[in-house]
Design a protein. Sequence first.
Length: 374
Amino acid sequence: MRRYYLYLLAISLFSLSPVFSQENLKRIKIGEFEKGLPLGVIFKDSTQTTFNILERMQHYQVPSVSIAVIDRGRIIWAKAYGNREVARESIADVNTLYQTASISKSINAIAVLRLAQEGKISLQKDIREYLKSWKLPENNFSKSKTITISQLLSHTAGLGTGGFFGYQINDTIPTLNQILDGIRPANSDAVRSINAPGNEYYYSGGGTTVIRKILEDKFKTNYSSLMQTTVLNQLRMTQSTYSQPLQASAVNYARGYIGDSQLVPGGYHIFPELAPDGLWSNATDIGKVIIEIQKALKGKSTYLKKITTQKMFANVLPSSNYTLGFVVEKKLGETYFSHKGANYGYRSVFYGSMESGKQQGIFKANLKPSNKKA
């Protein structure tokens, strides 16, 4: 049995009623949620056996889970379960940080769309115009072909390198250029064209890493600082950071586990690529992102324009439901935006409604383990 810290976000489980006080109703609904965990996503008119969340955590040996629930444009409750670290009493709380893994790609996309909205970068220019300190090696797939940031965001740029393994705390960490070229100490493949741009969807964490290089070359700053000022501060994600590794002062974070009670050496792996996998956050902060997107879709956000958000969720290829940094799917007449993540020792997921703002179900906490890369 493999063991993981798991980070979870569920959206809008119920409507509020004036019959009970807000606090009493919240306690009732939290209790309903805790005893009503399904084995999968449950939508309207579906039925399925439900389980107790603590029993499911014990069954799958998941040390801790972080959850936030949104209704009518606000977080109505958030809660953490379990311990940050198995070996000692260290109770997880709503401020506990988790590696969000590929949810990082969605936050990266928001930053890029915001910069494009401000006219500071183009989604449609050839990326070669932006790349200064590293060049994408040409081959028969890329030569004389335009590759755009929009394609990088939607995984349709024809680039390979699906994901990354991370590095132990004491490993020598590669530079960004070494990662892109697959040169030691990098432990991942070089980022290269494996298909003509615009032809098909191929999930490429390598392509998202190229976005980081573009942003750093364009704005002459480090990616972590740019994300802090462009997104995290703007959306009041006060607990979140792209720092890899975490600052030495960081204490309230969940350690990663894989295998039978095996702590990831050093507590977690470092993911120096940052853009595709480097965000540390919690359910509450990711909930703030979802609320802002839902506001933008109604034209009520001062951060993202409605047209920007519509562009972010526009279909790119008929064969793919991956848009610019998000998965968009329809379930029983309701459309949702979402993303999942898998780093070494961590799992994550969020869903948000694009239409009613209400979610007709809950989301599974018992994700099956695997050795999938970020």
